[in-house]
Design a protein. Structure first.
Lengths: 1029, 638
């Protein structure tokens, strides 16, 4: 190809090829997107398949073309089909084998294959603003296509119409800031270099993208290489005295190097690089320097020294590269994305560029969305887009229903931004204010399974290994911080270590030579700032809340269990057919297995490693199985009392917290009396949970067992103060009165007849009162009480039950299985709906006026805050309203006894020892936490028992609960066989069909048979054995 | 340079533009702790001990790299900085295995001193206790990585001062190590054992086998003088404890001539050969037997007088080593030519001298080539023509000069050697003439430059291509220097010397010629005319009827092989020497010489500059200076 010797020739050439391309656009174009990730997913094979099929079927009006990556990493290979009139369709996951069908249906029959079609209106597409990546439908290997799309126009415009100062001024007006991370204004940088002394200067492109999980620069290099060549040429012109540029691209990006080399060569052939560009006399050439794999070479001084052929160590600034850079000459170094933005700013104007973004951060930013997020991949959004929008709307939220925890932004140099900052706009200032940095734009999403101490460790391991070793703080400080973190994750940390970490982190961040060391402590400092309680859990409780840090536990399920049940142990015993032993083992730490096996929210299953293969082990059902076995066979485990003691302890409340405390204390030999205000023992198990979930005869049997240990339970005995038992000779008091008071919604009409509080409603029904509900019932709320109340209402004869919930369904706090069961039973859940008024007639409920809600910004819990949509009010006719919007403990009278209460009415106590402000008085369970789960209440009871024993024996109260059993029970050490490791879903539990079960209070969920239980237990991976190895 | 004013710790101080903040602090007696900084080396800001706070800088910056500007406001000792420094010290101590009690540098260690200064009574972090190797393969030096703080001073010294760049950092980050070449033991690397790294090391990570555990520098007497061994005349600072030299440093390693070599730095620290501590005479059984100084002198004088009387003055010859001090040489000349009246006086390298004199004499040009060319000229040169020399062996400091000129000043190096090119890494052209063709090759080169036309290389053995290259370089050079060494001298070829003179004349800018002579004080010996004999004494002793030979070897260790022809046909051999060499074993009288460290001696450098070398330690009891012994003999000659 001949050189384009003038702008006229250039324009003529552009017109020619534009014409050629528009000819092509009259055909149906099949564009196969060929980025590195696409190719690795088989995009080349898909391309070949299209070519083959089109050839074979002689489709003359179809052009099969190559195109760049469009960022849908989790859905590669991706193919865009553009029809000259019908517009474009994007197919994802389009492997080779699917191609014939697409050719057949789409290209021949003209029908879109919906099952593989990407919804272009999906927020993940809609909310993006594609600018840097704007040529993703072009063949990056074709300079002609780039020129046809106004490529190199900006260079021509600069050279012909603009003075160098004008170019810089335009970039300045656009507000372009360095996309490499620090966000330094590009025009200012260029001005420094322009003004620096020297008749030999350089422009350099930093393509040494090394952050784990970040690859946006790769996508630009692979997908839009000419934008970098053109941008650098414009920069060279603007700065002046620049005849040579270098693109430093890491060697790990072979395709990027290939694409950019190709672009450079083609630009040279056309005379767009080299001497006398477009006949203007301007000279500029560009070469690629492949980086050799050191992360630190992304730092500007190290990068430049590396181009000089030396060891890539950073050097102290000043002098800055603007004055003394490559080969000691003035040099500007900009990131790939920065250069790539330049041509469009010059061609489309500063105003076009700055029409998106925030006041100080203009334009768009490419981001890599990776980690625990549904849509991983490359996205481009206007600067200032909120983090929540990126993670939840574009990213599609967290997979597997897990809870979002935080996002790590800016790679190992960045920091962690926790859930409460989801509304943070992603721009340079806002991110920095939270202790993180924008960095090059890597976003690693983390969910509840990410331990923040472990995350900090991961990034520190990275920076430790990538530190060049030149300066002491970075070289020696990072390993030291890592050692301290490792000490903490090994359960050997101390609280002083946190101070040392902070002090060291501050020094390393402040006194290191270069950005690597200066930012390396960020992951530690930000997690310490936002997740200090996780560090404290490791140090004080020896617990890893996310169940990640191996040295702290035997098996994840056991660690996740609030009472630390030996799950792998009893599962293994069930597998071995030793059902009684399994029951005995459970009883070592859990006196209520029949109940817990039925109603537990099973955090253990959430951490089960088997879920990484397919499903978690059905731990809850297996526990129930073991307990049922004992029940059915009349077996009862009652431990030996350690030693008779004379100290007397009073427990107020016979709920799960009180009963478990009583059990443990009685076993220790203390004289325990439980006072229960109600006529039945069991607390919420008895009066909150409906019969169809937990039959009362089963609960009572467990309570009988507890009594047999010597616990004296006195029903119908209200104790309103703690003074009297202490006076009566009791040495310690445990308050475990629960939270039995329902909250009002605070809307008109709550006093009408037919309005119930869910807690009262469930209690009355449980106590055998026949409460009459109407035909149509509305339940307000989204928690377990709401679901229970709704299902009870159905069983009490309601024809229609509606649940009104003001947020989105995924925000409902109720157990998922319960929600599903309710829906199966025909209960209708209305989300984003809130009652604003209960309407009545003659004092009776007649209907509810509802309003539709709209989720907007994120609240501190990471859920979107619902707002009423004005004018969306509507009325539902109901005759009963059950309010289940929250519950509180009834504690007002306790404040007289020197016990502090929170605003919510819960008791103030030490979170670890459960000691209240009053000596000898402890509190736990719902009365301390507010409404929570059964297993947490049991754990609190055990904690209190432990503290009370220590208190009574004059020992110091410590945060660690004794988790010893009562007697050793042998567990078989048998690893699963190869066959047992093969994919096998968990065994479904039987249920009474919905239509049948709603007619009675019979237990709805059926037990496993012995065979089934053994089969299910055989799926266990025995993580506990691995840990012991 | 422009004077600027800074505010440091609230005080106005002056400095010069271009200085670093540290330099200005030091010039104004404001103490800032440092570790990786060392005067004369490029500052890298690595250890971060010298971090200071400067107004408008976001972070503390190292004073050692920060260019001072007028009006800077600097704080050197804020609470924060002092905390950082202590933290950094704790990191340094816990990073590797610093056990002061067992350390060779304890009490003489910059790291330890700083730890005391910062009252580092404990470290808050656990020690990492890495398993690190120790490299003790080198004859003189040990690298103990356990004590290394990776300040890089050794590396920069090796690179910037010594010029050989043997040491560098290997690996990365927390696995960073000082390595030699591509990570091999120092002893098998390109290391020239000059020991500059040892002096540069602020801790005990690099230490000398010969100084280790012998004492701390602060406990020693310091004597600053010169080393007379090779004739370069490097300044040395000797540390003497209990009349023993325990360490030798360069008095100022930051100077470009602040270099030492293995001979000067380590030579005097140990005795490699058995010393002659008392005079000995051969007894009637033919065995050497200790005797008193008086007996030995008496016997020598008597025997010499006897030979002179019986066989005439010409039956006596005196040969001196170029290692002897000028006073000794002078006394020796007096004795041989004066008292004994013999014309047979020579130096051991007299043949080389005569070839040089003859060669220069045959040179037709005008340049005064006998005038001394200072070693420093190598630094100024843009082209170095190195003929028959192995400078890193014979004159390592000159080797450093050459390598630095090439690496740092971009000088071109042309090597002429028919067998080896020891500086091949730095050589632009290696001219490799055939054996015996050196002179014609150099003349051909000179003619080509003169005529600005490359001649046929012909039979010189040099390829036309290389000749063309060499002509181009030498022709374009503005400040060439010609350095020749033993390879040329040992050829004893006047033609080759003339050829080198011709070449010097052909090159522009009047290049000097530097001769790397084998003995440190040869220049003085030659200048004194000791080798002015037209005869080669050492080769023609028996022909001319010499019966008595007086060898003044001083502390030059000469084994019998080098002078195997000597003792044949002699009646009487006097060897005055420090060492009981095989040669001394053949003597009739052995007179003890002190070594150079035991006398205050005068010497001349390669370019003829006189230097006075101070005595460092006492000689063995009863051992006198050579000139005292010689004068005493002279007195008794009858």
């Amino acid at each position: 190809m001949r050189r384009l010797a003038s702008v006229e020739e250039f324009n003529k050439f552009r017109d020619q090829i534009s014409k050629k391309l528009s000819q092509r656009e009259k055909k149906t174009q099949v564009k196969v997107h060929l980025g590195t990730c696409g190719i690795s997913s088989g995009a080349n094979k898909a391309l070949a398949a299209f070519q083959r099929e089109v050839e074979r079927r002689k489709l003359a009006d179809v052009a099969v073309l190559k195109a760049a990556c469009i960022g849908l990493c989790d859905r590669e290979p991706v193919v865009t089909i553009v029809h000259p009139t019908k517009g474009k369709t994007i197919y994802y996951d389009l492997s080779e084998d699917k191609v014939p069908k697409v050719v057949e249906r789409h290209l021949i029959e003209g029908k879109i294959v919906d099952e593989w079609k990407l919804n272009l209106n999906d927020p993940s597409i809609k909310l993006q603003e594609i600018r840097v990546m704007h040529n993703q439908d072009l063949d990056p290997m074709s300079i002609e296509e780039y020129i046809a799309r106004d490529g190199y126009q900006a260079l021509a415009k600069s050279l012909i119409q603009m003075k160098p100062d004008d170019v810089i001024a335009e970039i300045g007006r656009a507000g372009l800031r360095g996309r490499g991370g620090a966000g330094f204004p590009t025009a200012t940088k260029w001005t420094f270099v322009r003004n620096a002394q020297g008749d030999e200067k350089y422009v350099v492109c930093n393509g040494d993208e090394g952050d784990p999980g970040a690859y946006m620069n790769r996508a630009v290099l692979e997908g839009n290489p000419h934008s970098i060549v053109e941008g650098m040429a414009i920069g060279a012109y603007a700065i002046g005295n620049v005849r040579q540029g270098y693109a430093y691209v890491r060697a790990e990006y072979p395709l990027a190097i290939e694409t950019l080399s190709h672009a450079i060569n083609r630009a040279r052939e056309y005379g767009l690089l080299g001497k006398n560009i477009l006949g203007t006399g301007f000279e500029f050439d560009l070469d690629i320097f492949p980086g050799a794999g050191a992360f630190v070479c992304g730092e500007e001084t190290a990068l430049l020294i590396s181009i000089e052929g030396k060891r890539g160590n950073p050097r102290q600034r000043p002098p800055f590269p603007a004055n003394k850079g490559l080969f000691d000459k003035p040099t500007t170094l900009n990131n790939v994305e920065t250069w790539s933005n330049v041509p469009q700013i010059i061609w489309k104007g500063a105003e076009w560029f700055s029409n998106v973004g925030t006041a100080a951060s203009k334009g768009t930013k490419t981001l890599c969305l990776v980690g625990k997020v549904n849509n991983t991949g490359l996205v481009e959004v206007p600067l200032g887009t909120s983090l929540g929008k990126i993670v939840f709307d574009i990213g599609g939220g967290i997979p597997n229903g897990k809870k979002y925890k935080a996002v790590q932004i800016g790679g190992p140099s960045g920091g962690v931004i926790p859930i409460e900052h989801l509304n943070t706009p992603v721009d340079y200032e806002a991110v920095t204010a939270l202790g993180a940095i924008m960095g090059s734009g890597g976003l690693v999403v983390m969910d509840e399974d990410s331990c923040m101490v472990d995350v900090a460790k991961f990034f520190l391991q990275f920076t430790r290994d990538e530190s060049c070793g030149k300066c002491t703080p970075c070289r020696a400080g990072i390993p030291k911080m890592l050692e301290l973190l490792t000490k903490i994750t090994n359960g050997e940390g101390t609280m002083e270590d946190l101070g040392t970490l902070e002090e060291l982190g501050e020094m390393v961040g402040s006194a290191s030579i270069c950005g690597l060391g200066q930012t390396a402590p960020n992951p530690v400092l930000t997690t310490l700032r936002h997740f200090r309680e996780e560090y404290e859990a490791h140090i004080i409780d020896k617990k890893c809340p996310a169940v990640v840090c191996q040295p702290l536990f035997k098996a994840p399920c056991q660690h996740a269990c609030p009472v630390g049940l030996d799950v792998p142990g009893y599962v293994a015993l069930i597998k071995a057919g030793e059902f009684e032993k399994a029951y005995n083992l459970i009883m070592q730490r859990l006196p209520l297995p029949l109940s817990v096996g039925r109603v537990c929210h099973h955090p253990c299953e959430g951490k089960c490693r088997r879920a990484q293969i397919e499903d978690p082990i059905a731990i809850k059902h297996l526990k129930r199985f073991a307990a049922d076995y004992a029940f059915d066979h009349g077996l009862e485990y009652i431990p030996q009392i350690k030693a008779k003691r004379k100290e007397k302890v009073v427990v107020i409340g016979a709920g799960p917290a009180g009963l478990s405390a009583a059990w443990d204390l009685a076993r220790e030999g203390f004289q325990v009396t439980v006072f229960e205000a109600l006529s039945v023992a069991g607390g919420m198990l008895a009066v909150g949970i409906p019969e169809y979930r937990l039959p009362k005869n089963i609960l009572n049997r467990e309570i009988e067992t507890i009594k047999k240990l010597g616990v004296d339970i006195r029903l119908n005995s209200t104790i309103k103060d703690v003074e009297s038992p202490l006076k009566d000779g009791y040495q310690a008091v445990f308050i475990a009165t629960g939270a039995h008071q329902g909250d009002n919604i605070g809307i008109p009409g709550e006093d009408l007849s037919g309005v119930f509080d869910a807690i009262d409603f469930l209690r009355e029904v449980n106590l055998g009162k026949d409460i009459e509900v109407g035909q149509k019932v509305a339940v307000v709320g989204g928690g377990n009480s709401a679901i229970d109340a709704a299902r009870v209402a159905l069983r009490q004869g309601a024809r229609e039950v509606h649940i009104l919930y003001r947020r989105e369904k995924r925000d409902m706090p109720a157990i998922v299985e319960e929600i599903e069961a309710a829906e199966k039973e025909g209960i209708l859940i209305h989300c984003l709906t809130a009652p604003i008024k209960i309407m009545g007639k003659n004092g009776n409920v007649k209907g509810v006026e509802c309003i539709r809600m709209e989720p907007r910004e994120f609240d501190r819990s990471g859920r979107k805050t619902p707002y009423q949509i004005k004018g969306s009010e509507y009325t539902v006719n109901v005759d009963t309203v059950i309010e289940a919007t929250g519950q509180r403990p009834d504690t007002a009278c306790l404040s007289r006894d020197g016990i502090s209460l929170t605003k919510r009415g819960t008791i103030v106590a030490d979170p670890r020892t459960l000691a209240t402000g009053r000596k000898g008085v402890f509190a736990g369970g719902d009365v301390y936490t507010g409404a929570a789960t059964v297993i947490e209440a049991i754990a609190a009871g055990q904690r209190a028992a432990c503290s009370i024993r220590r208190y009574l024996q004059g020992e110091e109260l410590t945060p660690l609960v004794e988790r010893n059993g009562y007697e050793p029970i042998d567990v078989p050490s048998v690893m699963p066989t190869e066959e047992q490791l093969e994919e096998k879903h968990r065994l479904k539990i039987g249920e009474i069909p919905a239509a049948d079960r709603i007619t009675s209070f019979k237990e709805a969920v059926l037990p496993y048979s012995a065979k089934e239980a053994i089969e299910e237990a055989s799926r266990c991976l025995r993580c506990d054995l691995e840990a012991g190895e | 340079m422009k004077e600027i004013t800074l505010t440091i710790n609230g005080k106005q101080v002056k400095g010069r533009e271009g200085d670093t903040v540290l330099e200005i602090c030091q010039a104004n007696n404001i103490y800032v702790p440092t570790l990786c900084h060392s005067k004369g080396l490029t500052d890298v800001g690595a250890c971060r001990m010298c971090v200071v706070e400067i107004e408008r800088e976001r972070r503390p910056v190292p004073a050692c790299t920060y260019p001072a500007r007028d009006g800077l406001v600097v704080q050197t000792h804020t609470e924060k900085l002092e905390k950082y420094r202590r933290l950094i010290l704790e990191l340094m101590f816990t990073e590797r295995n610093h056990l002061c009690a067992q350390c060779v540098a304890s009490g003489d260690c910059e790291l330890q001193s700083l730890a005391y200064e910062y009252q580092m009574d404990n470290a808050r972090y656990p020690y990492s206790w890495p398993a690190l190797p120790l490299d003790s393969v080198n004859d003189y030096l040990v690298i103990d990585h356990n004590r290394c703080i990776l300040c890089g001073r050794c590396i920069r010294t090796c690179d910037e001062i010594v010029g050989v760049h043997t040491l560098d950092f290997g690996h990365r980050g927390w696995k960073d190590m000082v390595v030699a070449d591509l990570n091999q033991p120092l002893g098998t690397s390109s290391c020239i054992s000059c020991g500059a790294c040892f002096q540069a090391c602020p801790t005990g990570a690099i230490f000398s086998k010969r100084s280790a555990y012998k004492g701390k520098r602060p406990d020693c007497q310091e004597i600053t003088t010169f080393c007379p061994i090779c004739g370069i005349g490097c300044a040395i600072k000797a540390f003497v404890k209990n009349d023993k030299v325990i360490r030798i440093d360069s008095p100022d390693p930051s100077r470009h001539d602040g270099l030492l070599c293995y001979m000067g730095r380590f030579g005097p620290l140990s005795q490699e050969h058995p010393r002659v501590k008392t005079p000995m005479i051969r007894n009637t059984q033919g065995k050497l037997q200790r005797c008193s100084m008086n007996e030995a002198i008496d016997m020598t004088a008597r025997k010499l007088s006897q030979l002179k009387a019986q066989n005439g003055s010409s039956s006596i010859a005196g040969v001196a080593s170029g290692q002897a001090s000028s006073q000794s040489l002078k006394a020796f000349k007096e004795l041989i030519t004066g008292s004994l009246g013999s014309k047979f006086l020579d130096t051991l390298d007299g043949d080389q001298y005569r070839a040089v004199v003859k060669g220069i004499g045959a040179f037709q040009g005008k340049a005064d080539l006998r005038a001394g060319t200072p070693l420093e000229s190598i630094f100024d040169a843009d082209c170095i023509f190195l003929a028959g020399a192995d400078p890193f062996k014979s004159h390592p400091v000159a080797g450093s000069y050459i390598v630095r000129a090439v690496r740092q000043n971009k000088a071109k190096l042309i090597t002429l050697d028919s067998t080896q090119n020891v500086l091949s890494d730095y050589t632009s052209v290696w001219l490799q003439p055939g054996k015996g063709k050196e002179a014609s090759a150099v003349n051909n080169l000179a003619r080509s430059i003169n005529d600005k036309q490359v001649k046929e290389a012909g039979e010189t053995g040099i390829s036309q291509k290389k000749l063309t290259e060499a002509v181009k370089i030498l022709g374009e050079a503005k400040r060439s220097i010609i350095v020749y060494g033993e390879g040329v001298l040992q050829r004893k070829s006047a033609d080759l010397i003339t050829a080198l003179c011709n070449l010097a004349a052909a090159c522009g800018g009047k290049p000097g010629i530097l001769s790397l002579r084998a003995n440190g004080n040869s220049r003085a010996a030659w200048d004194m005319g000791i080798a002015n004999n037209s005869l080669s004494v050492t080769n023609s002793l028996t022909q001319v009827g010499v019966k008595g030979l007086y060898l003044l070897l001083a502390d030059d260790y000469i084994d019998a092989k080098e002078l195997s022809a000597l003792p044949e046909g002699l009646d009487f051999l006097i060897v005055q020497t420090s060492y009981l060499s095989p040669l001394a074993q053949k003597a009739n009288v052995v007179l003890p010489s002190p070594t150079w460290t035991e006398i205050s001696g005068e010497y001349s450098t390669l370019d003829g500059t006189p230097i006075l070398v101070s005595r460092l330690v006492q000689p063995p009891e009863g051992v006198r200076t050579d000139w005292e012994t010689i004068n005493e003999i002279a007195k008794r000659i009858k």
